[in-house]
Write a protein that binds this ligand. Structure first.
Ligand code: APR
Length: 277
């Protein structure tokens, strides 16, 4: 590029993982934006990958369309498909992946500002990331309420319904549902309250998401122009790659994360945590 004094110098020495690793050494406010692709290695299917994605495997539930399983109007009509799925997704059956543990390392090294996750599997918590450093944009199984009178139910009561894949009813007659954000419902307040943090980031890392569901999908565009954005994903998504400080790394997130961890000298520690988890 011809020298143009009005353009600030690049923060990254190159558009690759080695340059990002060097830059991470100086970071203190890293923001992650993640989706189902970071949990596929844990054995939890994502939603939209062809063949393996959840949405191509819900045929047995005879849904009008795959997303109906998370649609609040459909749930009121027929809650059984969701309860059948909840039985498969119920936390506790899966362990965090190397990618979850990589994000925890940023917290351990005082480099983590926030993890914005779309996932409901709570593997971020299982990996040891402090709750206050996580934004569950689509809620999670952590709590459950009646969708009509909002009465709170405790998890154990709901668990045996889920185990039998049976809907749970409130005494008011309403259906009880885990606090997962369904299509047609508002996102949790913590999502809207945390949006300004995106502009404070010194690095943004997007992993394992098709960026196809709004408003979450708009998060990467809130990042300031001169803040590097790294995409680690099987495919290009959103408009990441369009800016001069963007780095796009296509492949399995656990592989991308391993390369970064080795450059940072974090790999041995991560592997040990992963083995004991
Ligand atoms: N490594 C890297 N990328 C992966 C991996 C992997 N091991 N596995 C899958 N991916 C990528 C896929 O290529 C895809 O781009 O992760 C992305 C997963 O996209 P989706 O299945 O659409 O999942 P997500 O983006 O989280 O969906 C968003 O949709 O149904 C709603 O509320 C639900 O939170 C969910 C939202």
């Amino acid at each position: 590029e011809s020298f143009d004094p009005s353009i600030p110098p690049r923060k990254l020495a190159g558009r690759n993982l080695a340059a990002i690793a060097e830059y991470i050494k100086k970071c203190e406010k890293v923001v992650f934006m993640v989706g189902a692709g970071i949990s596929t290695a844990a054995g939890i299917p994502d939603f939209r990958s062809p063949e393996t994605g959840l949405y191509s495997n819900l045929a047995r539930l005879e849904l009008p369309r795959p997303e109906a399983v998370f649609d609040i109007c459909y749930f009121r009509e027929d809650p059984r498909p969701f309860y059948a799925l909840a039985q498969e997704l119920w936390p506790g059956k899966y362990k965090p992946t190397l990618t979850h543990i990589f994000m925890r390392m940023f917290s351990t090294h005082s480099k983590l500002l926030r993890v914005f996750t779309q996932n409901i599997d709570t593997l971020e918590l299982a990996a040891g990331i402090p709750r206050e450093q996580i934004v569950f944009a689509h809620g999670s199984f952590a709590g459950q309420h009646c969708i009509e009178c909002k009465k709170e139910y405790d998890r154990v009561e709901l668990e045996d319904h889920v185990r039998k894949a049976e809907p749970a009813f409130c005494e008011c007659g309403g259906l009880v549902k885990p606090d997962i954000t369904f299509f047609g419902e508002a996102l949790p307040a913590e999502f809207h309250e945390s949006l300004d943090l995106v502009e404070e980031a010194d690095l943004v890392v997007v992993m394992g998401s098709s960026l196809s569901v709004y408003p979450f999908a708009a998060l990467p565009q809130r990042v300031l122009d001169d803040t590097p954005r790294l995409l680690i994903n099987m495919e290009k998504v959103g408009e990441i790659g369009s800016r001069r400080e963007d780095v796009v790394w296509l492949g399995e997130c656990d592989d991308g994360v391993r390369e970064l961890a080795e450059n940072l000298g974090w790999w041995e520690e991560m592997e040990a945590i992963w083995k004991e988890s």
